[in-house]
Design a protein around this ligand. Structure first.
Ligand SMILES: [Zn+2]
Length: 481
């Protein structure tokens, strides 16, 4: 197992990572509340922890990666009410869309997506314990956490207890002793999904789901908790108060990782501000590789200010230059001279390739510095341009050596692999080109119905085409995309 260090938000230090029970690593990431389609800010969090899980697995850790799904929530109920849809049905619809989007983005590292509504017994048990210990109280059928009883409340976010305001998701509620007390159980409101409880019918509060799930799956303490920076307060403070208050063990989490927000003109991307760029739109237009590259070409803790018409366009240019360097080597590899023939690399280049791979692992072992990793890949690409005149004459073994840094990128960053680019496309590319030529001929003779038919049939097979002046580009967008 490679040693690495992580910045922990709670201790405000970069520390050596030591698993509680090596080589196992429990990783929990706050998942989505599926009341709407995902935007590109959600993608940043998902891709960040995908890379964390991939790196840890490469380094020999056995990661159990859990991302919850908040399929019952105020916003789901409100949105369901507006459209006359059962909130649980609405949630299912957006969850399916999310899974499809994650698959397109190459995020396949999550082991388990628990749904909040499947953990109601664990939620009830935790609330009961908190009441028994005097940390929570009932009021008019709801149950609240009495934050004055938990002195560490506020330690993660550095908030002073007296300065605490109710969180954005907490409406004023009668019966609460203090404005910062957060809800664990909400008394039933007519028309909402409800479950039976000792305090009367109702539904779980948002924060309690996470700890009901993690205590059940990981036990009282686990290794890594990740999320967007916006969830630090009050959500993660609440998680600490709930879990440590229930189990009596501390700390709940050894390392808290918070991802810098994706902003637009400095403002958080959100429906209410009206500055949302849909994740699926971005992936449709630019392809999954460019979107991943855009996120990873910054440090995960930095905020990323998205500029429409510029950010992803610039990422495309940078991404393409590395992708074509990798693509040239991969295509030379697929037609390399037979085993035992072909030119052998200069020893210095072989050493440089091996060193680059070591430096890439090194970059990620310092708080997952993907930006530095990408800079190293640019450096490697430059060395290739200067040092390799004709890759097609090289032996297969030599090409494997040169490809090693790109293979590392495919494994850990999910970039520049043999299959994640649709620009070349191999034999699929040749078949699509035949269809595109037929469409071009149809347009030339003015048969636009036929041209449209070809476009529609390609789309039905998950191939989206775009006309740019006289050239036509295509990309794989997955079925139904
Ligand atoms: Zn959460």
């Amino acid at each position: 197992m490679r040693r690495f260090e992580v910045y922990d938000t709670l201790s405000r230090e970069t520390r050596l990572f030591v698993p509680i029970v090596p080589p196992k690593v429990g990783l929990f990431v706050c998942g989505l509340t599926p009341y709407d389609n995902a935007h590109i800010g959600h993608g940043k969090v998902a891709v960040t922890f995908d890379v964390v899980a991939r790196a840890l697995r490469r380094w020999g850790y056995r990661v159990f990666y859990v991302q919850n799904v908040t399929n019952i929530d105020d916003r789901l109920i409100a949105r369901g009410g507006e459209s006359g849809t059962d909130p649980l049905v609405l949630a299912d619809r957006h969850i399916s869309a999310w899974f499809a989007e994650m698959d397109r983005l190459g995020v396949r590292s999550v082991n388990y997506y628990p749904y909040a509504t499947d953990y109601v017994p664990e939620i009830l048990a935790q609330i009961r314990t908190l009441i028994e210990r005097g940390l929570a109280y009932e009021a008019r059928g709801s149950v609240y956490y009495d934050i004055a009883k938990f002195p560490r409340y506020g330690a993660l976010s550095g908030q002073k207890l007296e300065a605490l305001r109710p969180g954005a998701r907490v409406a004023p509620e009668p019966g609460k002793r203090a404005p910062g007390d957060f809800v664990l159980w909400k008394a039933a409101t007519p028309g909402e999904p409800t479950w039976e409880a000792p305090w009367g019918p109702g539904r779980p509060g948002w924060h309690i789901e996470d700890t009901a799930i993690t205590v059940r799956l990981f036990g009282p303490r686990y290794d890594l908790h990740g999320a967007g920076l916006d969830l630090k307060f009050p959500h993660h403070e609440a998680e600490i108060a709930q879990a440590e208050g229930t189990t009596g063990e501390s700390p709940l989490v050894n390392f808290w990782m918070h991802v810098g927000l994706l902003t637009m003109k400095g403002e958080k991307m959100s429906k209410s501000v009206g500055n949302v760029v849909g994740l699926s739109d971005a992936v449709d237009r630019f392809g999954p590789g460019v979107v991943r590259f855009y996120y990873l070409n910054a440090h995960y803790r930095s905020p990323l200010d998205f500029v429409a018409g510029r950010s992803l366009e610039e990422a495309t240019e940078a991404y393409n230059s590395l992708d074509s360097a990798a693509g040239r080597l991969r295509s030379a590899r697929s037609s390399a001279p037979p085993e035992g023939s072909g030119d052998v690399l200069e020893a210095s280049l072989e050493t440089a390739a091996n060193d680059t791979v070591e430096h890439l692992d090194e970059a990620l072992s310092h708080d997952f510095n993907t930006r530095e990793a990408i800079a190293l890949l640019f450096g490697w690409s430059k060395q290739l341009t200067e040092g390799v005149a004709g890759p097609e004459r090289l032996s297969g073994e030599s090409l494997d050596t040169l490809l090693a840094p790109f293979d590392w990128a495919a494994e850990v960053l999910g970039l520049f692999g043999a299959t994640d680019s649709s620009d070349g496309g191999g034999s699929l590319g040749e078949v699509v080109q035949i269809a595109l030529d037929a469409r071009a001929r149809a347009r030339e003779r003015g048969d636009f119905a036929e041209a449209d038919r070809i476009r529609t049939e390609l789309a039905a097979s998950g191939i989206r085409i775009e006309d740019h002046g006289t050239t036509t580009r295509w990309r794989l967008v997955g079925s139904g995309g």
